[in-house]
Design a protein around this ligand. Structure first.
Ligand code: GAR
Length: 204
C-alpha cells in the first residue's frame, strides 16, 4: 500500500473547487492523496466552513496582516511544514506566490484557472474578471485549465484543459457557473489524483 500524498488546499473565497476535491475524496476517487489542511488568505472565507464540515483543519494566513510578501509566504511555509505537506493545490487562491516560494515546490503546486490558457491568463486575470474579458472579446468557447505553478503567473506546464461553450445571453456570472460545472470541478480532482499518484509512486 503506497503512502498517500499529503495535500494542502489554498483558497480565498467560496471554495466550490475545494468542495469538488473534498467530494472526490469522499467518493474514494482521490485514492493516492489526502487533504490534510486548508489555508485561506481571507478571514471568513466560506471555504473554511467547507473544510470544517469535512473535518479538515483550516487556517488563515492574510497578506496584509503578515505585512510583507516574505512574511506571508513564511506563514504559509510554516503551516506546510507543520502538516508535513507534499503537494499544494491552489483552488481559487487569489494571491500570487513569489519565485522564492514556487521554486521550492517544483511540479508540486497546481492551480485551476477559469479560461483556456494562454487566453485570458496572467496578471490581473482572476475570478469573474476572466469571464468579463472573455465576453468582452466575444469568444465563442472558453473553458478551464489545470496547470503546474511556476514563477510565471499562469505559466507552468498544462495538465488538463476542457472547452466550454459561451452562450449569446451569458453574463460573467452565468459563464463562470458553466465553466465551473462543466470543467473546473471535473478537471481539478482528476489532476489532484494524477499528481498524488505520481508523488506516492515516486516515494514507493
Ligand atoms: C474559480 O473559478 C477559479 O478557477 C478562479 O476563481 C474561482 C474560485 O472559485 N481562480 C482564479 O481565477 C485564479 N487565477 P471557488 O472559490 O468557488 O473555487
Amino acid at each position: 500500500m503506497l503512502k498517500k500524498a499529503r495535500i494542502a488546499v489554498l483558497v480565498s473565497g467560496g471554495g466550490t473547487n475545494l468542495q469538488a476535491l473534498l467530494d472526490s475524496q469522499s467518493r474514494g476517487e482521490l485514492a493516492h492523496g489526502e487533504i490534510c489542511l486548508v489555508i485561506s488568505s481571507q478571514h471568513g472565507a466560506y471555504a473554511l466552513e467547507r473544510a470544517k464540515n469535512a473535518g479538515v483543519d483550516g487556517r488563515v494566513v492574510n497578506r496584509k496582516e503578515a505585512g510583507s510578501q516574505e512574511a506571508f509566504e513564511a506563514g504559509i511555509s510554516a503551516l506546510l511544514s507543520e502538516y508535513n505537506i507534499d503537494f499544494i493545490i491552489l483552488a481559487g487562491f487569489m494571491s500570487i506566490l513569489s519565485e522564492s516560494f514556487t521554486s521550492r515546490w517544483p511540479e508540486r503546486i497546481i492551480n485551476v484557472h477559469p479560461a483556456l490558457i494562454p487566453a485570458f491568463a496572467g496578471k490581473g486575470y482572476y475570478g469573474l474578471k476572466v469571464h468579463e474579458a472573455a465576453l468582452e472579446r466575444g469568444v465563442k468557447v472558453t473553458g478551464a485549465t489545470v496547470h503546474f505553478v511556476n514563477e510565471i503567473p499562469d505559466g507552468g506546464r498544462i495538465i488538463f484543459q476542457k472547452v466550454v461553450e459561451v452562450m449569446d445571453d451569458d453574463t460573467p456570472q452565468t459563464l463562470q457557473r458553466r465553466v465551473m460545472e462543466q470543467a473546473e470541478w471535473i478537471l481539478l480532482p482528476r489532476a489532484a489524483e494524477l499528481v498524488s499518484r505520481s508523488i506516492a509512486e515516486e516515494r514507493g
